[in-house]
Design a binder for this molecule. Structure first.
Ligand code: 1PR
Length: 593
Protein backbone atom coordinates (compact mmCIF):
# COMPACT_ATOMS: atom_id res chain seq x y z
CA UNK A 1 0.00 0.00 0.00
CA UNK A 2 0.98 3.65 -0.26
CA UNK A 3 3.84 4.49 2.06
CA UNK A 4 4.97 0.84 2.38
CA UNK A 5 8.78 0.97 2.40
CA UNK A 6 9.04 -2.65 1.18
CA UNK A 7 7.45 -1.61 -2.09
CA UNK A 8 9.62 -1.02 -5.15
CA UNK A 9 10.67 2.61 -5.41
CA UNK A 10 8.87 4.17 -8.34
CA UNK A 11 10.18 7.28 -10.07
CA UNK A 12 8.69 9.51 -12.77
CA UNK A 13 10.89 11.42 -15.18
CA UNK A 14 9.48 14.82 -16.20
CA UNK A 15 11.34 17.25 -18.45
CA UNK A 16 8.78 20.04 -18.07
CA UNK A 17 6.44 19.45 -20.99
CA UNK A 18 2.68 19.08 -20.94
CA UNK A 19 0.30 17.36 -18.61
CA UNK A 20 2.15 14.96 -16.32
CA UNK A 21 -0.30 15.71 -13.49
CA UNK A 22 -2.77 13.14 -14.87
CA UNK A 23 -0.19 10.38 -14.71
CA UNK A 24 0.67 11.37 -11.15
CA UNK A 25 -3.04 11.43 -10.28
CA UNK A 26 -3.67 7.99 -11.76
CA UNK A 27 -0.73 6.45 -9.90
CA UNK A 28 -1.95 8.01 -6.66
CA UNK A 29 -5.49 6.81 -7.36
CA UNK A 30 -4.14 3.26 -7.77
CA UNK A 31 -2.62 3.54 -4.29
CA UNK A 32 1.07 3.83 -5.23
CA UNK A 33 3.71 6.35 -4.12
CA UNK A 34 6.27 7.85 -6.44
CA UNK A 35 9.11 10.36 -6.55
CA UNK A 36 10.12 12.71 -9.34
CA UNK A 37 13.57 12.18 -10.82
CA UNK A 38 15.43 15.29 -9.71
CA UNK A 39 19.00 14.46 -10.59
CA UNK A 40 21.13 11.74 -12.07
CA UNK A 41 21.58 9.89 -8.77
CA UNK A 42 17.83 9.18 -8.61
CA UNK A 43 18.16 6.69 -11.49
CA UNK A 44 20.22 4.46 -9.17
CA UNK A 45 17.57 4.68 -6.45
CA UNK A 46 14.71 3.77 -8.81
CA UNK A 47 13.38 0.20 -8.90
CA UNK A 48 10.87 1.17 -11.60
CA UNK A 49 10.73 4.21 -13.86
CA UNK A 50 7.93 5.83 -15.87
CA UNK A 51 8.68 8.41 -18.56
CA UNK A 52 5.50 10.16 -19.76
CA UNK A 53 6.69 12.11 -22.78
CA UNK A 54 4.35 14.82 -24.00
CA UNK A 55 4.80 17.33 -26.83
CA UNK A 56 7.30 16.92 -29.62
CA UNK A 57 10.03 14.35 -30.21
CA UNK A 58 12.54 17.14 -30.58
CA UNK A 59 11.54 18.76 -27.31
CA UNK A 60 11.80 15.42 -25.49
CA UNK A 61 15.12 14.37 -27.02
CA UNK A 62 16.57 17.87 -26.78
CA UNK A 63 14.99 18.57 -23.36
CA UNK A 64 16.54 15.38 -21.96
CA UNK A 65 19.95 16.37 -23.34
CA UNK A 66 19.65 19.88 -21.93
CA UNK A 67 18.93 18.75 -18.40
CA UNK A 68 21.62 16.07 -18.68
CA UNK A 69 19.15 13.19 -18.42
CA UNK A 70 19.56 11.52 -21.83
CA UNK A 71 22.68 9.49 -21.02
CA UNK A 72 21.55 8.45 -17.49
CA UNK A 73 18.16 7.42 -18.90
CA UNK A 74 19.79 5.25 -21.55
CA UNK A 75 22.07 3.71 -18.92
CA UNK A 76 19.03 3.01 -16.70
CA UNK A 77 17.22 1.23 -19.52
CA UNK A 78 20.30 -0.75 -20.50
CA UNK A 79 20.82 -1.83 -16.89
CA UNK A 80 17.73 -4.05 -17.24
CA UNK A 81 15.60 -2.24 -14.62
CA UNK A 82 11.88 -1.81 -15.45
CA UNK A 83 11.01 1.05 -17.78
CA UNK A 84 7.55 2.22 -18.82
CA UNK A 85 7.46 4.89 -21.56
CA UNK A 86 4.31 6.72 -22.58
CA UNK A 87 3.76 8.36 -26.00
CA UNK A 88 6.97 10.34 -26.61
CA UNK A 89 8.43 8.19 -23.82
CA UNK A 90 8.01 5.32 -26.30
CA UNK A 91 9.20 7.26 -29.34
CA UNK A 92 12.51 8.37 -27.73
CA UNK A 93 13.54 4.71 -27.61
CA UNK A 94 13.77 4.77 -31.41
CA UNK A 95 16.59 5.86 -33.66
CA UNK A 96 15.11 9.03 -35.14
CA UNK A 97 11.88 10.82 -35.98
CA UNK A 98 10.65 12.44 -39.15
CA UNK A 99 9.26 15.16 -36.85
CA UNK A 100 12.67 16.83 -36.58
CA UNK A 101 15.43 16.28 -39.09
CA UNK A 102 18.65 15.29 -37.43
CA UNK A 103 17.13 14.82 -33.94
CA UNK A 104 18.37 11.56 -32.44
CA UNK A 105 16.46 9.30 -30.07
CA UNK A 106 18.08 6.86 -27.64
CA UNK A 107 18.45 4.33 -30.47
CA UNK A 108 17.43 1.29 -28.42
CA UNK A 109 15.14 0.20 -31.27
CA UNK A 110 16.87 0.71 -34.65
CA UNK A 111 13.82 1.97 -36.54
CA UNK A 112 12.51 5.42 -37.51
CA UNK A 113 9.38 7.20 -36.28
CA UNK A 114 7.36 8.51 -39.26
CA UNK A 115 4.38 10.75 -39.89
CA UNK A 116 0.89 9.40 -40.63
CA UNK A 117 -0.16 9.91 -44.24
CA UNK A 118 -3.52 11.74 -44.24
CA UNK A 119 -4.11 10.50 -47.81
CA UNK A 120 -3.82 6.85 -46.84
CA UNK A 121 -7.26 6.85 -45.30
CA UNK A 122 -8.79 3.56 -46.41
CA UNK A 123 -12.42 4.25 -45.58
CA UNK A 124 -13.31 7.88 -45.00
CA UNK A 125 -11.11 10.93 -44.48
CA UNK A 126 -8.26 10.66 -42.04
CA UNK A 127 -7.13 13.58 -39.91
CA UNK A 128 -3.66 14.04 -38.54
CA UNK A 129 -3.03 14.05 -35.54
CA UNK A 130 -4.44 10.58 -34.89
CA UNK A 131 -6.56 11.67 -31.95
CA UNK A 132 -9.10 9.60 -30.06
CA UNK A 133 -9.85 6.06 -29.00
CA UNK A 134 -8.51 3.14 -30.97
CA UNK A 135 -8.02 -0.57 -30.36
CA UNK A 136 -4.73 -2.39 -29.91
CA UNK A 137 -4.42 -6.06 -30.79
CA UNK A 138 -1.67 -8.37 -29.55
CA UNK A 139 1.00 -8.50 -32.25
CA UNK A 140 1.88 -12.11 -31.43
CA UNK A 141 0.12 -14.99 -29.70
CA UNK A 142 0.92 -14.65 -25.98
CA UNK A 143 3.16 -17.30 -24.41
CA UNK A 144 1.27 -19.67 -22.11
CA UNK A 145 2.98 -18.31 -18.97
CA UNK A 146 2.82 -14.64 -19.96
CA UNK A 147 1.71 -12.09 -17.37
CA UNK A 148 -0.45 -10.03 -19.67
CA UNK A 149 -0.38 -6.24 -19.26
CA UNK A 150 -3.18 -5.40 -21.63
CA UNK A 151 -6.77 -6.55 -22.03
CA UNK A 152 -8.12 -7.45 -25.47
CA UNK A 153 -11.23 -5.64 -26.78
CA UNK A 154 -10.53 -2.41 -24.90
CA UNK A 155 -9.85 0.95 -26.54
CA UNK A 156 -7.10 3.36 -25.55
CA UNK A 157 -6.64 7.10 -25.99
CA UNK A 158 -4.11 8.14 -28.63
CA UNK A 159 -2.95 11.59 -29.61
CA UNK A 160 0.02 11.80 -31.98
CA UNK A 161 0.97 12.59 -35.57
CA UNK A 162 4.05 10.35 -35.70
CA UNK A 163 4.38 6.64 -34.99
CA UNK A 164 6.42 3.49 -35.57
CA UNK A 165 4.63 2.82 -38.85
CA UNK A 166 5.07 -0.54 -40.52
CA UNK A 167 6.98 -0.65 -43.78
CA UNK A 168 9.28 2.31 -43.13
CA UNK A 169 12.54 0.41 -42.75
CA UNK A 170 14.10 -2.88 -41.74
CA UNK A 171 11.45 -4.31 -39.38
CA UNK A 172 13.47 -7.23 -38.05
CA UNK A 173 14.22 -5.61 -34.66
CA UNK A 174 11.04 -3.53 -34.45
CA UNK A 175 8.80 -6.58 -34.61
CA UNK A 176 10.69 -8.30 -31.81
CA UNK A 177 9.59 -5.40 -29.60
CA UNK A 178 6.03 -5.11 -30.95
CA UNK A 179 3.56 -5.95 -28.17
CA UNK A 180 0.45 -4.53 -29.84
CA UNK A 181 -0.39 -3.20 -33.28
CA UNK A 182 -3.08 -0.69 -34.20
CA UNK A 183 -4.51 0.59 -37.46
CA UNK A 184 -5.19 4.13 -38.55
CA UNK A 185 -6.79 4.17 -41.98
CA UNK A 186 -4.66 1.92 -44.16
CA UNK A 187 -1.57 2.35 -42.01
CA UNK A 188 -0.57 -0.12 -39.30
CA UNK A 189 1.70 0.95 -36.47
CA UNK A 190 3.27 -0.46 -33.35
CA UNK A 191 1.07 0.87 -30.54
CA UNK A 192 3.01 -0.69 -27.67
CA UNK A 193 6.30 -2.46 -27.21
CA UNK A 194 7.47 -5.02 -24.69
CA UNK A 195 10.77 -6.79 -24.56
CA UNK A 196 12.93 -7.55 -21.54
CA UNK A 197 12.62 -4.67 -19.11
CA UNK A 198 11.19 -2.26 -21.69
CA UNK A 199 7.47 -1.60 -21.88
CA UNK A 200 6.03 1.44 -23.62
CA UNK A 201 2.74 2.56 -25.09
CA UNK A 202 2.02 5.03 -27.86
CA UNK A 203 -1.36 5.68 -26.22
CA UNK A 204 -1.92 7.38 -22.88
CA UNK A 205 -2.99 4.87 -20.21
CA UNK A 206 -3.56 7.73 -17.74
CA UNK A 207 -6.18 9.10 -20.16
CA UNK A 208 -7.65 5.77 -21.22
CA UNK A 209 -10.28 5.42 -18.52
CA UNK A 210 -10.63 2.11 -16.65
CA UNK A 211 -8.70 0.18 -19.34
CA UNK A 212 -5.70 2.48 -18.99
CA UNK A 213 -5.78 2.40 -15.20
CA UNK A 214 -5.97 -1.40 -15.33
CA UNK A 215 -2.88 -1.53 -17.53
CA UNK A 216 -0.96 0.84 -15.24
CA UNK A 217 -2.00 -1.20 -12.21
CA UNK A 218 -0.78 -4.44 -13.79
CA UNK A 219 2.65 -2.96 -14.49
CA UNK A 220 2.89 -1.27 -11.08
CA UNK A 221 1.85 -4.44 -9.25
CA UNK A 222 4.15 -6.73 -11.24
CA UNK A 223 7.08 -7.93 -9.10
CA UNK A 224 10.25 -6.07 -10.14
CA UNK A 225 11.81 -9.32 -11.38
CA UNK A 226 8.85 -9.99 -13.68
CA UNK A 227 9.39 -6.72 -15.58
CA UNK A 228 13.23 -6.63 -15.43
CA UNK A 229 15.87 -8.21 -17.63
CA UNK A 230 19.57 -8.88 -17.70
CA UNK A 231 21.60 -5.84 -18.76
CA UNK A 232 21.43 -5.06 -22.49
CA UNK A 233 22.10 -6.19 -25.17
CA UNK A 234 19.04 -8.39 -24.90
CA UNK A 235 19.44 -11.98 -26.05
CA UNK A 236 18.64 -12.59 -29.71
CA UNK A 237 15.19 -14.00 -30.32
CA UNK A 238 13.73 -15.53 -33.48
CA UNK A 239 11.55 -13.33 -35.71
CA UNK A 240 8.01 -13.43 -34.30
CA UNK A 241 4.91 -14.85 -35.94
CA UNK A 242 2.95 -11.66 -36.42
CA UNK A 243 -0.83 -11.21 -36.24
CA UNK A 244 -0.77 -8.56 -38.93
CA UNK A 245 -4.39 -7.35 -38.84
CA UNK A 246 -6.98 -6.71 -36.14
CA UNK A 247 -8.65 -10.08 -35.54
CA UNK A 248 -11.94 -8.34 -34.60
CA UNK A 249 -14.03 -8.12 -37.81
CA UNK A 250 -16.20 -5.31 -36.36
CA UNK A 251 -13.15 -3.07 -36.31
CA UNK A 252 -12.26 -3.55 -39.98
CA UNK A 253 -14.42 -0.55 -41.01
CA UNK A 254 -13.65 3.16 -40.86
CA UNK A 255 -10.38 4.73 -39.82
CA UNK A 256 -9.99 2.60 -36.69
CA UNK A 257 -11.01 5.37 -34.30
CA UNK A 258 -14.26 5.19 -32.37
CA UNK A 259 -16.86 7.94 -32.68
CA UNK A 260 -15.93 10.19 -29.76
CA UNK A 261 -18.61 11.61 -27.44
CA UNK A 262 -17.70 14.76 -25.52
CA UNK A 263 -19.60 16.16 -22.53
CA UNK A 264 -19.29 19.95 -22.32
CA UNK A 265 -19.67 22.09 -19.23
CA UNK A 266 -20.16 25.82 -19.73
CA UNK A 267 -19.02 27.35 -16.46
CA UNK A 268 -19.56 30.83 -14.99
CA UNK A 269 -20.28 32.58 -11.69
CA UNK A 270 -23.91 33.09 -10.84
CA UNK A 271 -25.17 36.26 -9.20
CA UNK A 272 -24.27 34.86 -5.77
CA UNK A 273 -20.65 34.40 -6.89
CA UNK A 274 -20.75 30.57 -7.04
CA UNK A 275 -19.19 28.81 -9.97
CA UNK A 276 -21.94 26.83 -11.72
CA UNK A 277 -22.46 24.80 -14.85
CA UNK A 278 -24.99 26.60 -16.96
CA UNK A 279 -26.56 26.29 -20.36
CA UNK A 280 -28.73 28.59 -22.38
CA UNK A 281 -30.42 28.93 -25.68
CA UNK A 282 -28.39 30.75 -28.32
CA UNK A 283 -25.85 31.68 -25.62
CA UNK A 284 -28.42 33.34 -23.33
CA UNK A 285 -27.87 31.51 -20.04
CA UNK A 286 -30.38 33.42 -17.91
CA UNK A 287 -33.77 32.02 -16.96
CA UNK A 288 -36.66 33.52 -18.88
CA UNK A 289 -38.61 33.69 -15.59
CA UNK A 290 -37.30 33.41 -12.05
CA UNK A 291 -35.89 36.94 -12.03
CA UNK A 292 -33.51 36.21 -14.90
CA UNK A 293 -31.04 34.25 -12.75
CA UNK A 294 -28.16 32.38 -14.36
CA UNK A 295 -29.40 28.81 -14.89
CA UNK A 296 -27.70 26.55 -12.37
CA UNK A 297 -27.35 22.98 -13.65
CA UNK A 298 -24.84 21.72 -11.13
CA UNK A 299 -21.31 21.94 -9.80
CA UNK A 300 -18.49 21.67 -12.37
CA UNK A 301 -16.28 19.11 -10.61
CA UNK A 302 -19.04 16.69 -9.62
CA UNK A 303 -20.69 16.88 -13.04
CA UNK A 304 -17.36 16.18 -14.78
CA UNK A 305 -16.90 13.12 -12.59
CA UNK A 306 -20.47 11.99 -13.28
CA UNK A 307 -19.90 12.17 -17.06
CA UNK A 308 -16.61 10.29 -16.79
CA UNK A 309 -18.38 7.50 -14.94
CA UNK A 310 -21.19 7.53 -17.49
CA UNK A 311 -18.68 6.81 -20.28
CA UNK A 312 -17.89 10.23 -21.79
CA UNK A 313 -14.83 9.90 -24.03
CA UNK A 314 -13.74 13.40 -23.18
CA UNK A 315 -14.80 16.26 -20.91
CA UNK A 316 -14.63 19.92 -21.88
CA UNK A 317 -14.90 22.98 -19.61
CA UNK A 318 -15.60 26.38 -21.11
CA UNK A 319 -15.22 29.47 -18.93
CA UNK A 320 -17.92 31.40 -20.74
CA UNK A 321 -17.52 34.83 -19.15
CA UNK A 322 -13.77 34.90 -19.59
CA UNK A 323 -13.98 37.89 -21.93
CA UNK A 324 -14.85 40.08 -18.91
CA UNK A 325 -11.88 39.23 -16.76
CA UNK A 326 -9.61 36.24 -17.01
CA UNK A 327 -6.66 36.85 -14.78
CA UNK A 328 -4.44 33.92 -13.89
CA UNK A 329 -4.08 34.82 -10.22
CA UNK A 330 -6.83 33.24 -8.07
CA UNK A 331 -8.36 31.82 -11.22
CA UNK A 332 -11.14 29.49 -9.97
CA UNK A 333 -11.11 27.49 -13.22
CA UNK A 334 -7.62 26.27 -12.30
CA UNK A 335 -9.05 24.72 -9.12
CA UNK A 336 -11.89 23.18 -11.13
CA UNK A 337 -9.40 21.55 -13.52
CA UNK A 338 -7.10 20.44 -10.67
CA UNK A 339 -9.94 18.78 -8.75
CA UNK A 340 -11.48 17.22 -11.88
CA UNK A 341 -8.17 15.73 -12.99
CA UNK A 342 -8.15 13.70 -9.77
CA UNK A 343 -11.27 11.77 -10.73
CA UNK A 344 -11.54 12.05 -14.52
CA UNK A 345 -9.18 9.76 -16.43
CA UNK A 346 -10.14 10.74 -19.96
CA UNK A 347 -8.89 13.87 -21.75
CA UNK A 348 -9.84 17.22 -20.26
CA UNK A 349 -10.09 20.37 -22.36
CA UNK A 350 -10.37 23.82 -20.86
CA UNK A 351 -11.35 26.95 -22.76
CA UNK A 352 -12.12 30.59 -22.07
CA UNK A 353 -9.55 33.28 -21.42
CA UNK A 354 -6.58 31.52 -23.02
CA UNK A 355 -4.87 34.70 -24.19
CA UNK A 356 -2.33 37.32 -23.16
CA UNK A 357 -3.70 38.77 -19.96
CA UNK A 358 -2.80 40.96 -16.97
CA UNK A 359 -3.22 39.93 -13.35
CA UNK A 360 -4.82 42.30 -10.80
CA UNK A 361 -1.36 43.17 -9.46
CA UNK A 362 -0.35 44.34 -12.94
CA UNK A 363 1.73 41.26 -13.85
CA UNK A 364 1.50 40.53 -17.56
CA UNK A 365 0.85 36.87 -18.45
CA UNK A 366 1.31 35.48 -21.92
CA UNK A 367 -1.18 33.05 -23.46
CA UNK A 368 1.60 30.45 -23.19
CA UNK A 369 1.88 31.01 -19.42
CA UNK A 370 -1.89 30.84 -18.99
CA UNK A 371 -2.03 27.57 -20.97
CA UNK A 372 0.96 26.21 -19.02
CA UNK A 373 -0.89 26.80 -15.75
CA UNK A 374 -3.88 24.79 -17.03
CA UNK A 375 -1.66 21.95 -18.29
CA UNK A 376 0.08 21.75 -14.93
CA UNK A 377 -3.34 21.67 -13.26
CA UNK A 378 -4.25 18.59 -15.34
CA UNK A 379 -5.72 19.85 -18.62
CA UNK A 380 -4.70 17.99 -21.77
CA UNK A 381 -5.85 20.61 -24.25
CA UNK A 382 -6.66 24.29 -24.12
CA UNK A 383 -9.34 25.80 -26.30
CA UNK A 384 -8.96 29.28 -27.77
CA UNK A 385 -11.99 31.22 -29.02
CA UNK A 386 -12.01 34.99 -29.47
CA UNK A 387 -8.24 35.40 -29.78
CA UNK A 388 -8.10 32.93 -32.65
CA UNK A 389 -10.54 35.02 -34.71
CA UNK A 390 -8.52 38.17 -34.07
CA UNK A 391 -5.26 36.38 -34.89
CA UNK A 392 -6.55 35.05 -38.21
CA UNK A 393 -7.95 38.44 -39.15
CA UNK A 394 -4.50 39.92 -38.53
CA UNK A 395 -2.87 37.08 -40.48
CA UNK A 396 -5.07 37.73 -43.54
CA UNK A 397 -4.42 41.47 -43.35
CA UNK A 398 -0.65 40.94 -43.14
CA UNK A 399 -0.80 38.59 -46.08
CA UNK A 400 -2.85 41.10 -48.11
CA UNK A 401 -0.09 43.68 -47.45
CA UNK A 402 2.51 41.20 -48.70
CA UNK A 403 4.03 40.70 -45.23
CA UNK A 404 4.91 37.30 -43.74
CA UNK A 405 1.68 35.70 -42.53
CA UNK A 406 3.05 34.07 -39.38
CA UNK A 407 4.65 36.06 -36.56
CA UNK A 408 5.35 33.17 -34.21
CA UNK A 409 3.86 35.29 -31.43
CA UNK A 410 0.19 34.32 -31.27
CA UNK A 411 -1.08 32.07 -28.49
CA UNK A 412 -1.84 29.28 -30.96
CA UNK A 413 1.71 29.35 -32.32
CA UNK A 414 3.52 29.60 -28.99
CA UNK A 415 1.40 26.96 -27.23
CA UNK A 416 1.50 24.61 -30.22
CA UNK A 417 5.29 24.90 -30.45
CA UNK A 418 5.80 24.28 -26.74
CA UNK A 419 3.19 21.61 -26.08
CA UNK A 420 2.39 20.19 -29.50
CA UNK A 421 -0.47 20.93 -31.92
CA UNK A 422 -2.61 18.25 -30.27
CA UNK A 423 -2.85 20.44 -27.16
CA UNK A 424 -4.40 23.41 -28.98
CA UNK A 425 -8.10 23.42 -29.84
CA UNK A 426 -9.80 26.38 -31.49
CA UNK A 427 -13.43 26.95 -30.54
CA UNK A 428 -15.67 28.52 -33.21
CA UNK A 429 -18.86 30.48 -32.42
CA UNK A 430 -20.24 31.24 -35.88
CA UNK A 431 -23.55 32.88 -36.75
CA UNK A 432 -25.43 32.47 -40.01
CA UNK A 433 -25.80 35.57 -42.20
CA UNK A 434 -29.05 35.12 -44.13
CA UNK A 435 -30.15 36.26 -47.61
CA UNK A 436 -33.65 36.12 -49.01
CA UNK A 437 -33.26 34.12 -52.23
CA UNK A 438 -36.57 35.33 -53.59
CA UNK A 439 -35.00 38.79 -54.01
CA UNK A 440 -33.64 39.18 -57.60
CA UNK A 441 -29.83 39.15 -57.83
CA UNK A 442 -29.54 38.36 -54.10
CA UNK A 443 -26.16 36.72 -54.74
CA UNK A 444 -24.64 40.14 -55.42
CA UNK A 445 -25.19 41.07 -51.79
CA UNK A 446 -22.96 38.19 -50.66
CA UNK A 447 -19.34 39.34 -50.25
CA UNK A 448 -17.09 37.49 -52.76
CA UNK A 449 -14.67 36.53 -50.01
CA UNK A 450 -17.36 34.54 -48.17
CA UNK A 451 -19.03 32.74 -51.05
CA UNK A 452 -16.92 29.62 -50.43
CA UNK A 453 -19.07 28.95 -47.38
CA UNK A 454 -22.41 29.89 -48.87
CA UNK A 455 -25.20 27.37 -48.36
CA UNK A 456 -28.54 27.49 -50.15
CA UNK A 457 -31.79 25.60 -49.71
CA UNK A 458 -30.70 23.35 -52.61
CA UNK A 459 -27.27 22.47 -51.21
CA UNK A 460 -28.23 22.28 -47.52
CA UNK A 461 -28.43 18.89 -45.82
CA UNK A 462 -29.33 20.32 -42.43
CA UNK A 463 -32.92 19.92 -41.30
CA UNK A 464 -34.28 23.41 -41.79
CA UNK A 465 -36.45 25.45 -39.50
CA UNK A 466 -39.51 27.01 -41.24
CA UNK A 467 -37.94 30.48 -41.02
CA UNK A 468 -34.83 29.22 -42.87
CA UNK A 469 -36.76 28.17 -45.98
CA UNK A 470 -36.19 30.29 -49.07
CA UNK A 471 -32.95 31.57 -47.59
CA UNK A 472 -29.25 31.23 -48.28
CA UNK A 473 -26.53 31.86 -45.72
CA UNK A 474 -22.82 31.94 -44.94
CA UNK A 475 -21.16 31.52 -41.58
CA UNK A 476 -19.63 34.56 -39.93
CA UNK A 477 -17.17 34.35 -37.02
CA UNK A 478 -17.98 36.00 -33.69
CA UNK A 479 -15.97 36.78 -30.57
CA UNK A 480 -16.84 37.32 -26.88
CA UNK A 481 -19.44 34.56 -26.80
CA UNK A 482 -21.29 35.71 -29.91
CA UNK A 483 -21.58 39.34 -28.82
CA UNK A 484 -19.37 40.81 -31.51
CA UNK A 485 -19.11 39.78 -35.19
CA UNK A 486 -15.96 39.91 -37.33
CA UNK A 487 -15.63 40.04 -41.11
CA UNK A 488 -14.17 36.60 -41.42
CA UNK A 489 -15.96 33.38 -42.30
CA UNK A 490 -15.53 29.92 -40.86
CA UNK A 491 -13.49 28.55 -43.76
CA UNK A 492 -11.05 31.44 -43.52
CA UNK A 493 -10.89 30.88 -39.78
CA UNK A 494 -10.43 27.11 -40.07
CA UNK A 495 -7.65 27.33 -42.65
CA UNK A 496 -6.00 30.20 -40.76
CA UNK A 497 -5.85 28.43 -37.40
CA UNK A 498 -4.61 25.25 -39.05
CA UNK A 499 -1.71 27.28 -40.47
CA UNK A 500 -1.04 28.78 -37.04
CA UNK A 501 -0.71 25.28 -35.58
CA UNK A 502 -4.08 24.33 -34.06
CA UNK A 503 -4.56 20.57 -33.64
CA UNK A 504 -8.35 20.33 -33.36
CA UNK A 505 -11.46 22.45 -34.06
CA UNK A 506 -14.54 22.67 -31.85
CA UNK A 507 -17.47 23.92 -33.91
CA UNK A 508 -20.29 25.54 -31.95
CA UNK A 509 -23.16 27.38 -33.57
CA UNK A 510 -24.90 30.40 -32.08
CA UNK A 511 -27.99 29.53 -34.19
CA UNK A 512 -28.23 25.89 -33.08
CA UNK A 513 -26.88 26.10 -29.51
CA UNK A 514 -29.39 24.79 -26.98
CA UNK A 515 -32.03 24.27 -29.68
CA UNK A 516 -32.14 20.47 -29.63
CA UNK A 517 -32.84 20.65 -33.39
CA UNK A 518 -29.76 18.68 -34.41
CA UNK A 519 -26.24 19.74 -35.40
CA UNK A 520 -25.70 22.20 -38.24
CA UNK A 521 -24.52 19.61 -40.75
CA UNK A 522 -23.69 22.17 -43.46
CA UNK A 523 -21.45 24.07 -41.09
CA UNK A 524 -19.59 21.02 -39.83
CA UNK A 525 -19.15 19.54 -43.32
CA UNK A 526 -17.80 22.79 -44.77
CA UNK A 527 -15.15 22.98 -42.07
CA UNK A 528 -14.38 19.26 -42.10
CA UNK A 529 -13.70 19.46 -45.83
CA UNK A 530 -11.50 22.57 -45.47
CA UNK A 531 -8.93 21.18 -43.01
CA UNK A 532 -7.04 18.00 -42.25
CA UNK A 533 -7.15 18.25 -38.45
CA UNK A 534 -9.90 16.64 -36.34
CA UNK A 535 -13.25 18.37 -35.94
CA UNK A 536 -15.60 18.21 -32.94
CA UNK A 537 -19.23 18.94 -33.86
CA UNK A 538 -21.11 20.94 -31.24
CA UNK A 539 -24.44 22.72 -30.61
CA UNK A 540 -27.95 21.48 -31.16
CA UNK A 541 -27.92 17.80 -30.11
CA UNK A 542 -31.46 16.81 -29.13
CA UNK A 543 -31.57 13.03 -29.53
CA UNK A 544 -29.23 10.05 -29.96
CA UNK A 545 -30.06 10.01 -33.69
CA UNK A 546 -28.51 13.47 -34.09
CA UNK A 547 -25.10 12.00 -33.26
CA UNK A 548 -25.33 9.26 -35.86
CA UNK A 549 -26.41 11.85 -38.42
CA UNK A 550 -23.47 14.18 -37.75
CA UNK A 551 -20.87 11.38 -37.78
CA UNK A 552 -22.16 9.82 -40.98
CA UNK A 553 -22.97 12.97 -42.94
CA UNK A 554 -20.01 15.17 -42.02
CA UNK A 555 -17.14 12.82 -41.08
CA UNK A 556 -16.60 14.73 -37.80
CA UNK A 557 -14.30 12.86 -35.43
CA UNK A 558 -16.24 13.78 -32.29
CA UNK A 559 -19.60 15.15 -31.26
CA UNK A 560 -20.24 17.27 -28.20
CA UNK A 561 -23.37 18.01 -26.24
CA UNK A 562 -24.29 19.92 -23.13
CA UNK A 563 -28.00 20.60 -22.52
CA UNK A 564 -29.39 17.11 -23.14
CA UNK A 565 -26.85 15.58 -20.76
CA UNK A 566 -27.27 18.22 -18.03
CA UNK A 567 -31.06 17.94 -18.11
CA UNK A 568 -30.84 14.11 -18.05
CA UNK A 569 -32.92 13.92 -21.22
CA UNK A 570 -30.44 11.63 -22.97
CA UNK A 571 -27.58 9.71 -21.34
CA UNK A 572 -24.15 9.12 -22.82
CA UNK A 573 -24.98 5.43 -22.82
CA UNK A 574 -28.13 6.07 -24.89
CA UNK A 575 -26.02 7.88 -27.47
CA UNK A 576 -23.45 5.08 -27.63
CA UNK A 577 -26.11 2.36 -27.82
CA UNK A 578 -27.76 4.15 -30.71
CA UNK A 579 -24.45 4.61 -32.58
CA UNK A 580 -23.63 0.93 -32.07
CA UNK A 581 -27.02 -0.06 -33.41
CA UNK A 582 -26.20 1.93 -36.53
CA UNK A 583 -22.88 0.11 -36.89
CA UNK A 584 -20.57 2.91 -35.72
CA UNK A 585 -17.71 1.91 -33.41
CA UNK A 586 -17.84 3.36 -29.89
CA UNK A 587 -15.68 2.94 -26.81
CA UNK A 588 -17.08 0.45 -24.34
CA UNK A 589 -15.29 -1.02 -21.37
CA UNK A 590 -15.79 -4.35 -19.68
CA UNK A 591 -14.17 -2.97 -16.52
CA UNK A 592 -15.82 -1.25 -13.57
CA UNK A 593 -15.35 2.53 -13.63
O1 1PR B 1 -13.29 33.55 -26.32
O2 1PR B 1 -11.30 32.18 -25.82
O3 1PR B 1 -12.44 33.40 -24.01
O4 1PR B 1 -13.51 31.42 -25.08
C1 1PR B 1 -14.81 31.53 -24.60
C2 1PR B 1 -15.49 30.20 -24.79
O5 1PR B 1 -16.77 30.27 -24.15
C3 1PR B 1 -15.74 29.89 -26.27
O6 1PR B 1 -15.41 28.53 -26.48
C4 1PR B 1 -17.25 30.08 -26.45
O7 1PR B 1 -17.80 29.10 -27.29
C5 1PR B 1 -17.80 29.87 -25.05
N1 1PR B 1 -18.98 30.71 -24.75
C6 1PR B 1 -18.97 32.04 -24.55
N2 1PR B 1 -20.23 32.45 -24.22
C7 1PR B 1 -21.02 31.37 -24.22
C8 1PR B 1 -22.45 31.34 -23.87
O8 1PR B 1 -23.11 30.31 -23.93
N3 1PR B 1 -22.99 32.47 -23.49
N4 1PR B 1 -20.65 29.02 -24.70
C9 1PR B 1 -20.23 30.27 -24.56
C10 1PR B 1 -20.94 28.55 -25.88
C11 1PR B 1 -21.19 26.45 -26.67
C12 1PR B 1 -20.92 25.12 -26.13
C13 1PR B 1 -22.20 24.38 -25.82
C14 1PR B 1 -22.57 23.64 -27.06
C15 1PR B 1 -23.51 22.51 -26.87
N5 1PR B 1 -21.55 27.36 -25.65
O9 1PR B 1 -20.16 25.21 -25.01
O10 1PR B 1 -21.95 23.59 -24.74
O11 1PR B 1 -23.13 24.57 -27.97
O12 1PR B 1 -24.72 22.93 -26.38
P1 1PR B 1 -26.05 22.09 -26.59
O13 1PR B 1 -25.65 20.65 -26.67
O14 1PR B 1 -26.87 22.34 -25.34
O15 1PR B 1 -26.69 22.60 -27.81
P2 1PR B 1 -12.61 32.74 -25.33
Amino acid sequence: MAGDSSRPKLYILDYGAGNVRSLANSITKLGFDFEWIKDESDFDKADKLVFPGVGSFYKAAHGLEEIGMAAPLKRYIQSGKPYFGICIGMQVLFESSEETEGAKGLGIIPYPISKFDANDAGHGKKSVPHMGWNGAWRATAPAADEQSLLLPNEDYYFVHSFAALRGKGDESELLKYAYTLSRYGNETFVSSIRRGNVFATQFHPEKSGPAGLDLLRRWLEAPVAAVSSAPHPLPAVPAPQLIAADPRPARAQGTGLTSRIVACLDVRSNDQGDLVVTKGDQYDVREKEDGGNVRNLGKPVSLASKYYQAGADEVCFLNITSFRSSALQDQPMLDVVRASAETVFVPLTVGGGIKDTVDPDGTARSALEVAGAYFRAGADKVSIGSEAVINVQDLLEREARGEPALTGKTGIETISKAYGAQAVVVSFDPKRVYYDTTVPNWIEQVPEAHRACLVTGETSTTRTKPEEQGKAWWYQSTISGGRDVRDIDVIQLAKGVERLGAGELLINSVDRDGSGKGFDLDLIRLIRDAVSIPVVASSGAGSPGDFEEVFVKTGAEAALAAGIFHRDEVGIDDVKASLEKDGLPVRRTALAV
